[in-house]
Write a protein that binds this ligand. Structure first.
Ligand SMILES: C[C@@H]1O[C@H](OP(=O)(O)OP(=O)(O)OC[C@H]2O[C@@H](n3cnc4c(=O)[nH]c(N)nc43)[C@H](O)[C@@H]2O)[C@@H](O)[C@H](O)[C@@H]1O
Length: 387
């Protein structure tokens, strides 16, 4: 007898079922990232996977979706939210979906109506001990065999894996399809250490198309724009009223002391750059510095006669968005400034530079860096937009 509530029937076995997983009909790729990696490197890892899926879709692989790995337990995020956080807290999911077939983790649970998730195959990626065997970097992979996963499944305790394989891997993200092909019947595959596969092509049109789709959550944009209008007196996309700096401290100041300037050195460099912009006297500082460092820099800049601004979140913003949201607000405010100086080799700075490329600023106002007090200072690499 036909079950009318069933969502699909099978002709051969003459059985009908409510297996939502089958009716949903998609195959899913999950990934996680090495726990100590920060937010802005993770955004880059996302792009490698999103481009991999978008390119495959163009070639007819249209039943695959990338599951957005919830944000959980990030090393640098100590205040606010502690639960696994979905991507819509920080990004505009509709915009991400316009570029690549992505879904939130909670969508998987709601669409399949399951309380538990079992991954068919989990590949734990590892680097080769010597990436340059005989002096050459070849793309390659090697399945070492079964092993144990000691990760956190993004903070969920209802996720497990049927089969866990350790795989040495070096090369581009698209090469992961070769691993996926080893298990043609698997519908849920996961890659642990998603930071190991590289971009297929860095800085190309696909890269920028994907990057442009990474729009922020609208509420965060509103908060940043209200702040810019109120304190930095600008209501346009490319502001002429203020100067911005990404002043990375914390672990950078501790372990890269010879690459980052002292507080007095930072103030001097800001003054030097501002001398060339006589119409601007407002400075916005995005930073992870401690309050005492912030006060010292503010005093030094005030002594030079500049009006100095820092975004200080209200407790309700901290509660709602946590450190990740505040970091994004700082990035948005920095992106719209007439002129920007960043921190050398910080992915936080790189993402601001990309945003400014998208906004159409002249690159001379973007690819500038704070130099160490020694004055020894390589120029910033310019990653210009490709439309
Ligand atoms: C040394 C390396 O540094 C890498 O950091 P790097 O590229 O700067 O870039 P992120 O990984 O984004 O920086 C780490 C975190 O520090 C906070 N942070 C840094 N700068 C700011 C800022 O201006 N404003 C606010 N609100 N928060 C900031 C923020 O929580 C961010 O997610 C790390 O990803 C690596 O794991 C490693 O630690």
């Amino acid at each position: 007898e036909e079950d009318t509530s069933a969502q699909y029937c099978d002709k051969t076995t003459k059985s009908c079922g409510n297996n939502d997983e089958v009716s949903y009909g998609k195959k899913h790729i999950f990934y996680d990232v090495n726990p100590p990696e920060g937010f802005n490197l993770r955004r880059d890892v996302y792009m490698r996977f999103a481009i991999m899926l978008a390119e495959a879709q163009k070639q007819g692989k249209d039943n695959w979706e990338l599951v957005l790995p919830p944000w959980y337990n990030l090393y640098h995020w100590r205040s606010g939210r502690r639960q696994p956080t979905p991507w819509n807290k920080y990004f505009d999911i509709k915009s991400l979906k316009s570029y690549s077939p992505v879904v939130e983790m909670h969508e998987i649970f709601s669409k399949t109506k399951k309380k538990e998730l079992e991954i068919d195959v989990l590949y734990i990626l590892e680097n080769y001990e010597d990436p340059f065997e005989n002096g050459v970097f070849n793309e390659k992979w090697h399945v070492k065999g079964e092993c144990e996963y000691d990760g956190l499944y993004w903070g969920y305790n209802n996720v497990t894996a049927k089969e866990v394989l350790c795989v040495q891997f070096q090369g581009k993200a698209s090469q992961l399809w070769e691993l996926i092909a080893l298990h043609p019947h698997a519908t849920k595959l996961m890659f642990s250490h998603g930071e190991i596969p590289l971009h297929d092509t860095y800085g190309t049109k696909s890269y920028w198309d994907c990057r442009k789709s990474m729009k922020f959550n609208k509420n965060l944009i509103h908060i940043a724009k209200d702040y810019i209008a109120e304190y930095l007196k600008c209501k346009t996309e490319r502001c002429a009223t203020y100067f911005s700096v990404h002043w990375r401290r914390q672990d950078f100041a501790r372990s890269r002391g010879n690459q980052v300037p002292s507080i007095a050195g930072t103030a001097k460099q800001i003054r030097k750059a501002l001398k060339k912009l006589p119409d601007i006297n407002k400075v916005f500082i995005a930073t992870d510095a401690s309050m005492s460092e912030i006060n010292k820099l503010e005093n030094a800049l005030n002594d030079y006669g500049y009006e100095t601004h820092f975004f200080l979140p209200s407790p309700s913003i901290i509660e709602e968005y946590g450190d990740g949201g505040i970091a994004i607000i700082d990035q948005i405010i920095s992106s719209h400034a007439a002129y920007f100086i960043g921190t050398h080799e910080s992915t936080f700075t790189y993402r601001i530079q990309e945003e400014r490329e998208i906004l159409g600023f002249d690159s001379s106002t973007t690819f500038n860096r704070l130099c160490p007090d020694t004055g020894h200072c390589e120029k910033s690499t310019k990653w210009l937009i490709v439309n």
